[in-house]
Design a protein around this ligand. Structure first.
Ligand code: AGP
Length: 615
């Protein structure tokens, strides 16, 4: 989605802004722009499309960009008004002296706009953001104080925002503020940075200050001042960022997605580190504040998430119900927030989110908190807005994920659910010590099994090459691997635009079977040793009888499978209960290689955004 960068200092401002925007590109966008204070004028450059278009424009105009002291930049993912040069940010007021970039949505922009037009403001774009520029400029006209004007303007705005504002007549400062959209200040020496996410400035500083909702920052070259929404001065803590800039590099892989798929064994080791010491030791989840007493008080668990995180949640439901007997519901956040839910103070609500900034999930979590639920957040970003609402937290520690298609964060979320479900079973005493020991032993083996799959990619590449030109694809599974089928299909459609769908294998004959013929590949995920293998095999036979092109993803060594399946993708042996965490990896690779054969933009698929900050 949209991204913001701001800089004030002695470096080449345009370079810092463009580099910052490049690091945010992964979020998905359709236009880009910057505004600089150059020769004491506010100059704005913006262009539809990828950053290269903006760079070309800046190259053309380089002679008019001189003596630049500060600047703000933005990449836009269109919400109000199409993707055009004019709708791209930054937006200025009528006289062009005040300029703003904005992430989020201004809900009352129509009323504000009508009023501002009556007052003489001339609007050029169809965006809600332009309203902010005119509103602040109108307030500035009364006070001639940018900080006060921003405060007065923000009081009139309803909605979500992260903003950066500059004014020609106050060339020593950028004003930044946020509400329900992230914004971070990067603290430098003789320079300061602003970013909607840390990558925007991690190359220059590892010190950051997170703004809270309603706070206003006055960012100058040699100073930082912070105020609450009433302009009372406040003190803020400087945090040391754990990231190295190298986390943002592809490290020799062609795409971030491929790199992130390969990072998964280490991610798992990292997640287990400090949480699972030994098969005889209890699971340690330091920030989960649930004990025997509070668990007694619980009558159900609700897990809320979107997209890939929703699929991890489905695995979580299966595990928690199986290990503890507690009833678990899983729901898409976007559905949860628009109905009368029965959440109350006897409910544990688990929010799952890679980014921790997904608007639907944030709203759902807020609603759950208002109803008195204990909120547990599973996120890859313990510095996110969602983490701030958490009563309990499981940081999934997958490291920054750049590719829009989530891979390693999914694996880390699924693993976190194993740890949580075992932990809850330990508290409740619902699993035998032997069974738990075995689970823990198997979890520790998972990284090696994934390494085996990664070392044996050729089998998957071959299948990808063969099926890359099919327009449809079905993934089937049952039980704990149904989410694996849904996630496999989501991954394939996200990056290759193939119409891929995941079904419960048992549901195939209740409708989808009508679609089957020789143009339809069906990938069956079947893990022997459990209750579903034989059933999925029968369901696959039914598909074969309708001429579908069958692929098996299995740990079975049964040679007879070659009589039924055209291709067999083999994974290492693993108990069915643990298999989702391993079986998902070949699906990720299949999606990757198909998209790669089709020449798609793997890391930044069309229309998608890494973190969806609008409802
Ligand atoms: C994953 O590949 C997708 N890009 C998307 O479905 C994502 O999982 C969803 O938008 C939820 O994001 P979150 O985990 O950051 O909340």
């Amino acid at each position: 989605m949209c991204g913001i960068v701001g800089y004030i200092g002695k470096r080449n401002v345009v370079d810092v802004l463009i580099k910052g925007l490049e690091t945010l590109e992964y979020r998905g966008y359709d236009s880009a722009g910057i505004a600089v204070n150059s020769d004491n004028e506010i100059k704005v450059y913006k262009k539809i499309g990828k950053l290269i278009n903006l760079k070309n424009l800046l190259e053309e105009k380089k002679n008019e960009i001189n003596n630049v002291t500060m600047g703000i930049g933005h990449i836009r993912w269109a919400t109000h008004g199409g993707a055009t040069d004019i709708n791209a940010h930054p937006h200025t007021c009528t006289c062009g002296k005040l300029v703003v970039v904005h992430n989020g949505i201004i809900e009352n922009f129509k009323e504000l706009k009508e009023d501002l037009i009556k007052k003489g403001c001339v609007f050029r774009s169809q965006t809600d953001t332009e309203t902010i520029a005119h509103l602040f400029a109108h307030e500035y006209g009364k006070t001639h104080d940018l900080t006060l004007a921003v405060k007065k303007g923000l009081e009139q705005i309803k909605g979500a925002y992260a903003i950066c504002v500059m004014h020609k007549d106050e060339p020593d400062k950028i004003i930044a503020s946020r509400k329900n959209a992230p914004l971070v200040i990067g603290v430098g020496e003789g320079e300061n940075f602003i970013g909607s996410d840390i990558p925007a400035f991690i190359e220059y500083t590892k010190k950051a200050i997170y703004l809270e909702d309603g706070e206003i920052a006055v960012v100058k070259e040699n100073s930082l001042e912070f105020f609450d929404a009433n302009l009372n001065k406040i003190e803020k803590k400087i945090e040391q960022l754990p990231w190295e800039p190298v986390a943002l590099s592809k490290l020799g892989f062609k795409h971030f997605m491929l790199k992130e798929i390969h990072e998964q064994p280490d991610v798992i080791r990292n997640v287990l580190n400090g949480k699972l010491f030994d098969i005889d030791e209890p699971i340690v989840l330091d920030e989960v504040k649930i004990d025997k007493e509070s668990l007694k008080n619980l009558n159900r668990i609700e897990i809320i998430a979107c997209g890939t995180s929703l699929h991890a949640a489905m695995v979580g439901k299966f595990l928690i119900e199986d290990f503890t007997g507690i009833a678990v519901d899983v729901e898409a956040s976007s559905e949860y927030i628009y109905r009368k839910t029965v959440t109350n103070d006897k409910t544990l609500v688990i929010g799952v989110s890679q980014s921790g900034e997904t608007a639907d999930t944030i709203t759902a979590i807020r609603q759950a908190k208002d109803k008195g639920a204990h909120v547990l957040i599973i996120t890859n970003r313990p510095d996110s807005s969602m983490a701030r609402y958490a009563d309990s937290l499981i940081p999934v520690s997958a490291g920054i994920e750049i590719s829009v298609a989530a891979t390693k964060s999914y694996t880390a979320q699924v693993l976190s659910f194993y740890l949580l479900a075992i932990k809850l079973a330990e508290i409740k005493g619902t699993l035998s010590p032997e069974y738990m020991k075995n689970l823990k032993h198997e979890l520790i083996q998972v990284p090696v099994k994934i390494e085996e799959i990664l070392n044996n990619k050729e089998q998957i590449k071959k299948v990808a090459k063969k099926f890359a030109n099919f327009r449809n694809f079905i993934f089937i599974a049952r039980g704990i691997n149904l989410p694996t089928a849904l996630e496999g299909a989501l991954k394939l459609k996200e990056i290759s635009y193939i119409n891929a769908t995941g079904y419960s294998a048992g549901e195939l004959k209740h409708g989808p079977i009508a679609m089957l013929d020789e143009t339809m590949p069906v990938l069956s995920i079947m893990i022997p040793g459990g209750v579903t293998y034989d059933k999925i095999l029968s369901n696959s036979e039914e598909a074969k009888a309708r001429n579908a092109r069958l692929i098996a993803l299995t740990s079975s060594k049964d040679e007879n499978l070659k009589d039924i399946f055209e291709d067999v993708i083999t994974i290492p042996e693993i108990p069915e209960m643990l298999s989702p965490i391993v079986a998902n990896v070949p699906c990720q690779l299949l999606a990757y290689y198909i998209a790669e054969f089709l020449g798609k933009d793997v890391d930044q698929p069309r229309n998608l955004a890494k973190s969806v900050t609008v409802e």
